[in-house]
Ligand binder design. Structure first.
Ligand code: BGC
Length: 796
């Protein structure tokens, strides 16, 4: 029989939830504690449980283009509160009575993504700069440049009154088909980690925050909200987590964004191993963790794991947390710990500090930063018989849709609402080249007509529509080959959030592209004229089958709104290209390890939910283990089309012998190398330091990048000495059995050079005995053993 107490308990509990921690007496005792004035503890104590729940659940998300009802509902009252920054991705709740303001978060990795027009009033606009995508920035291998770009981002974040930029993304480019690879830096965690740290430091130098994302092992879009990445602890530590670890150490970002996927059976946003044991305790992260938008499924488990803020926030989460508090699934102490981190973020924010925002970022200055970053990072893949640079004033015939309609960046949350995009045709014209008008007119007409036929797709996750390449009529092609000095043919690719790429017609060229290239190449070569191909892509494409038809190939990536100018800067020789690949270009997709398994499989018996955004339970097993990117190609002797680290310039560099001093066991080994510009024009060199480890208990990749640096602009004949420091920790691999990072004893080879395949100088040193550089413990273990490929025996 029900007792009185059992009937009343839920009512009493509900009432208790509404009471401030100090009880009603508190307000009678005097003014309420105010954030920033009273100690944090007092503010915490003054919050009601309901207010605390508000602080850990965001205020919802209402993007244009999503039918009502597709996204989970949030509190309708929240929607009525006018947005401070229309088009921003999310905001936190204010608790006005305690002086806690609402914070605003906005994407993304290529620039601030907000609505450029507010309330249909186009007399005042809110455009942000579309910077080059992260993959391009990584090709600079230039931490100083990326920091400068970050500072320009930070200025815009600050000018628009935003508190946290939802960037940078630094997932590993595990497979060329990853739909969001353009938002990420590299296939290598050392490059990704150092560049992410530089970017974070740049953005945060402006007094605003960042969110390094998506933590972690989020390498494909396929069923992204329900995909389990099954990966060994070693590959996790050495490949997928290491970049984040470096970024935390070197930049201590304000926030981290957990990812959508599960790792070894647990949602990352619900993983205590990942968010607390590793990120906070082992790496010393001091900031806040937020979910990716609608990520994970158990709100209380997320808070317990150390995921402090649920974004963008739903009514279901609010209700789940109320219930969890009542049932004890979520303790008040745990909730307080999460709330404290939200409040610490608020305390740092420009909104809390009451900093004025102009809504007028220095767009001209930032466009110049975007242009410089793009020009300095593009990669010259091929330059036969010095086809480039072009000669001043040459007549150019521009082929390919994207010569006239540059793809500035990818789609989805990594896109930017920009005021303009400079096309390659415009850039080359502005640089003084004579761009053939008849061809321009033919393309303009073709693009206009084809655009009118495209289906009307809209919305955040809609892929960019593709217009097939035009086949120029033979007479026009012949006339152009007579009239112009050089053909410039651009190939374009777009991809983005919500989908992965395909091999046919995306990684590989389409039939129309191949035909265009063949015809242009034949017509111009018959006249003794050169063909320059510009590749305007966010991800890797196949190049080996067609490159012989081009005299030069410039990989322009997706270069942002100033891209056309930046391409012209490089083609004209105004800028000597110094970008190098931070991701391998394989000969064919078939060479990608476990490429046929990408992006994973739907789990046996799994059925799709009613909401298409949720996806179906799926799994992707990382059978290649640590052999990702060049680690695979170098170790398994698979020759790529263009190696990691590769890139040409208009000059060349000589490397003097490597000088090694100190010792890694004694704390620091120093390697110094002097490079000299021995070519005809000023240029910059990216010097890469690889280490080959001795044969030991753990199999190792043939080589691994440990450090890199870029010279200043060196005039012909000038030299610069670059110095690298290595510690035993830099040599260590993660030994799962020992639950520790271990540097094996033996002879190590240092290889310094201009790509993973272009070693210029070597030196050796040895570690007399093996060293445990860091003890850890069993974390994030796979549910079933992941069967990994093993390396061929050394010396093969
Ligand atoms: C993306 C995040 C982004 C967030 C907010 C998510 O769909 O995965 O990268 O920051 O939306 O727009």
């Amino acid at each position: 029989m029900a007792t009185l107490a059992s009937i009343y308990r839920p009512v009493l509990l509900a009432l208790a939830l509404l009471r401030p921690g100090h009880g009603l007496a508190q307000s009678a005792r005097g003014p309420l504690p105010q954030l920033g004035k009273a100690p944090l503890k007092e503010v915490l104590a003054a919050l009601t449980p309901e207010e605390k729940i508000k602080l850990v659940v965001g205020m919802g998300f209402y993007p244009a283009g999503f039918p009502e009802g597709l996204l989970p509902a949030s509190d309708p009252e929240d929607r009525k509160v006018p947005e401070k920054v229309p088009g921003a991705a999310g905001r936190t709740h204010a608790i006005a009575r305690l002086g806690i303001p609402s914070l605003t978060f906005s994407d993304g990795p290529a620039g601030v993504r907000i609505d450029p027009i507010r309330n249909q009033d186009s007399t005042k606009t809110y455009y942000a700069t579309a910077f080059p995508v992260a993959t391009l920035l990584a090709s600079s291998w230039d931490t100083a440049l990326v920091r400068r770009v970050g500072a320009a981002f930070g200025r815009e974040v600050r000018a628009f009154g935003i508190d946290v930029l939802l960037a940078p993304g630094l997932n590993i480019q595990r497979n060329p088909l990853g739909g969001r690879n353009f938002e990420y830096y590299s296939e290598d965690p050392v490059v990704a980690g150092h560049l992410a740290a530089a970017f974070v430091n740049g953005v945060e130098s402006q007094g605003v925050g960042t969110s390094i994302k998506h933590f972690a092992v989020n390498n494909q879009e396929f069923n992204r909200m329900k995909l389990n990445s099954a990966v060994s602890e070693r590959a996790l530590r050495e490949i997928y987590l290491k970049g984040f670890q470096l970024a935390v150490h070197k930049s201590q970002p304000w926030t981290v964004m957990s990812s959508y996927n599960l790792v070894n059976g647990t949602y990352t946003s619900e993983s205590h191993d990942l968010l607390s044991a590793l990120l906070r305790q082992e790496w010393g992260f001091r900031g806040l963790v937020m979910t990716d938008w609608y990520g994970g499924h158990d709100a209380a488990a997320q808070l317990r794991a150390g995921n402090d803020l649920l974004m963008p926030g739903t009514s279901a989460q609010t209700q789940a947390l109320r219930t969890a508090l009542q049932s004890g699934q979520l303790t008040p102490a745990q909730l307080d710990a999460n709330v404290a981190r939200v409040l610490e973020l608020v305390l740092k924010s420009p909104t809390f500090k009451g900093l004025a925002h102009s809504n007028q970022p220095p767009l001209q200055a930032d466009a110049a930063v975007a242009r410089q970053a793009a020009a300095e990072s593009m990669v010259l893949l091929r330059n036969e018989a010095r086809a480039l640079p072009l000669k001043a004033g040459q007549r150019l015939a521009l082929f390919g849709n994207t010569s006239y309609q540059l793809i500035a960046g990818g789609t989805g949350s990594g896109d930017v609402n920009r005021a303009y995009t400079v096309s390659i045709a415009q850039g080359l014209t502005a640089a003084g080249f004579a761009v053939e008008a008849p061809l321009g007119q033919a393309y303009a007409q073709y693009l206009r007509e084809e655009k009118a036929k495209l289906p009307k797709t809209k919305g955040l996750l809609a892929p960019a529509p593709v217009i097939a390449e035009m086949t120029p009529v033979a007479a026009l092609l012949q006339a152009q080959a007579q009239a112009a000095d050089v053909a410039v043919l651009t190939l374009g690719r777009s991809a983005g959030e919500g989908g992965d790429r395909k091999v046919a017609n995306d990684f590989d060229l389409t039939a129309a592209e191949q035909a265009l290239l063949r015809q242009v190449s034949a017509a111009f070569h018959a006249q003794g004229k050169k063909v320059v191909v510009v590749v305007n892509t966010g991800g890797v494409v196949e190049v080996a089958s067609w490159r012989a038809q081009a005299d030069a190939i410039l990989l322009a990536w997706q270069p942002g709104q100033e891209g056309g100018h930046a391409v012209a800067d490089v083609l004209s020789g105004q800028v000597n290209p110094s970008g190098r690949l931070a991701t391998t270009f394989p000969m064919a997709y078939a060479d990608v390890p476990y490429g046929q398994e990408f992006p994973g499989k739907v789990k046996a018996g799994a059925t799709a939910g009613t909401n298409p955004l949720e996806g179906t339970a799926s799994e992707n097993t990382y059978n290649e283990g640590i052999y990702v990117g060049y680690r695979y190609y170098s170790t398994f002797n698979v020759t790529p089309a263009y190696a990691f680290g590769y890139g040409l310039g208009y000059t060349t560099f000589a490397y003097a012998p490597l000088k090694v001093s100190g010792s890694a066991t004694a704390g620091k080994l120093t390697a110094a190398v002097t490079v000299t510009n021995n070519g005809p024009v000023p240029g910059r060199e990216v010097v890469q330091l690889y280490v080959s480890a001795p044969a030991g208990p753990l199999a190792k990749p043939e080589r691994e990048l440990k450090a890199f640096a870029k010279t200043a602009l060196l005039a012909p004949g000038k030299s610069q000495t670059l110095t690298f420091a290595l510690t035993a920790a830099d040599l260590a691999s993660y030994d799962t059995t020992a639950e520790a990072w271990v540097a094996d004893a033996g002879a190590y080879q240092l290889k310094v050079g201009a790509s993973a395949l272009d070693t210029r100088q070597t030196a050796t040193f040895s570690l007399p005995k093996s060293v445990i550089t860091q003890k850890s413990r069993r974390l994030l273990a796979p549910q079933a053993q992941v069967v990994e490929m093993s390396a061929p025996a050394k010396g093969k």
